[in-house]
Design a protein around this ligand. Structure first.
Ligand code: GLN
Length: 432
């Protein structure tokens, strides 16, 4: 099966259509899209990169295998920013995905194909991957629910790595209940991924049982609202906070000073890991053969197929890890990461969840952010701290600005995924 420009795919949500799985099981009623950086046996998996065009994995990622075993039908591989690097799904080698809410706008990214396919009703649910917000951002921009689990809850085996210490596979669907059902199936220990060692519990039931909001304590960090957040988005967020309060939740404004450093730390770490993970696309192990010539020439010609954003990150990441600069950049970023972890830990001593707008803005127009990578990186300010800390987080639809969806981001302490799903379900109910 190969990458298609499918006439039945008005939003360009899919890179490849397929039909695998389906049968008896807990998810036999669901059609599912799988982000195209997650390996699917016998179905082309491109990471939306020219470099992997024609690559057909001989095995399924653990998450995909579990979906198939549960009877889900996998109907396509969804579009993404090349290798998951971006927040708009415009850096795909297969063209940008459009936002079903407004086709002149981006769906968010990098799992934009997954969120668009759900929002357009083309699938019941989709898998995305979230390294710094790539499940929550497109969920927010397309008006659907996106869930990033605790790091270590869902196996990364078969996920083609971008930044392995940060990324997680997570589901996107129209409602919290469906997200919980998919998560329940894909979560849980896997001996093929040494970091995946958490007991999952009954997440499907948790998502079906809203918590009593009257007993909930919510923290709102001042660093994630105010400056840099569009005033209309902030007004919608405050409306969501009012709904939580009117249901009896207590809401405290808190400070998490480390968050000011989180974005810079995230990009240094993510690019460093990317430069190392993408070294395997050398034309020998993976990627198009580099042809004749000496090793350096062959290696660089194999890598010429990467797009500009991927090249930028590989170069910056290599720089940040190199001798002489390592202490100044990478080590400092790791120190900042530790401070972010501690700040979350401290806040969760008193609060059940941290709330903020998922994205500081609504979906922007196609092409708007492409020329200015720094501006695009800035958009991730509210989502990346969660990945640095490894905690679970969900984006739930909470209103709109001029018809463009706004997401409420709720984040919980490590391994409190069941509680977070029940909280998201309660908010969803209270909001509607
Ligand atoms: N936008 C962020 C980045 O480009 C997040 C991407 C992701 O979560 N895969 O790194």
């Amino acid at each position: 099966m190969s990458a298609t420009d499918d006439g039945d795919d008005p939003f360009n949500a899919f890179v490849t259509r397929c039909r695998v799985g389906g049968g008896d099981g807990m998810l036999s009623d669901l059609s599912i899209g799988v982000k195209d950086n997650i390996s699917t046996e016998d179905v082309e998996t491109t990471c939306a990169s020219q470099v992997l065009e024609g690559y057909v994995p001989p095995y399924d990622a653990t998450a995909v295998k579990r979906l198939k075993d549960a009877g889900a039908s996998i109907v396509g591989k969804t579009n993404l920013d090349e290798f998951g690097m971006g927040s708009t799904t415009e850096t795909s080698a297969y063209g940008a995905t459009r936002n079903p809410v407004d086709p002149e706008r981006v769906p968010g990214g990098s799992s934009g194909g997954s969120a668009a396919a759900v929002a357009a009703g083309e699938v019941d649910a989709a898998l995305g991957t979230d390294t710094g917000g790539s499940v929550r951002c497109p969920a927010a921009f397309c008006g659907v629910v996106g869930y990033k689990p605790t790091y270590g809850l869902v196996s990364r085996y078969g996920l083609i790595a971008y930044a392995n210490s940060l990324e997680c596979i997570g589901p996107i669907a129209d409602d919290v209940e469906t997200v919980g059902r998919v998560l329940d199936v894909i979560a849980g220990e896997d001996h093929r991924d040494g970091t995946c060692n958490l007991e999952a519990g009954d997440l499907a039931s948790a998502a079906r049982e809203p918590v009593e909001l009257g007993g909930l304590s919510v923290a709102v960090p001042e660093e994630l609202v105010g400056d840099g957040v569009d005033p209309d988005v902030e007004a919608e967020f405050e409306r969501a906070v009012d709904v939580l309060k009117s249901e009896g939740a207590s809401v405290d404004r808190v400070s998490m000073p480390s968050l000011e450093r989180a974005l810079a730390a995230y990009y240094v770490i993510a690019m460093g890991e990317a430069s190392s993970n993408l070294a395997r696309f050398d034309g020998v192990r993976y990627g198009p053969g580099g042809g004749d010539g000496d090793w350096n020439e062959s290696f660089s010609s194999a890598r010429a197929g990467f797009g500009d954003e991927v090249k930028r990150r590989v170069m910056l990441g290599t720089f940040a890890l190199s001798e002489g600069y390592h202490d100044e950049y990478y080590d400092k970023a790791q120190q900042a990461r530790e401070l972010v972890r501690r700040d979350f830990h401290r806040v969760f001593e008193d609060a059940d969840v941290v709330a903020s707008p998922t994205m500081p803005v609504t979906a922007f127009e196609l092409g708007e952010a492409l020329d200015d990578p720094l501006e695009m990186y800035q958009m991730d300010v509210n989502t990346v701290p969660v990945n640095l800390a490894g905690v679970p987080s969900v984006s739930v639809p909470a209103g709109d600005v001029d018809g463009l969806p706004v997401g409420l981001q709720l984040t919980a302490a490590k391994n409190r995924d069941a509680e977070l799903l029940s909280t998201a379900a309660a908010f969803e109910e209270a909001w509607s």
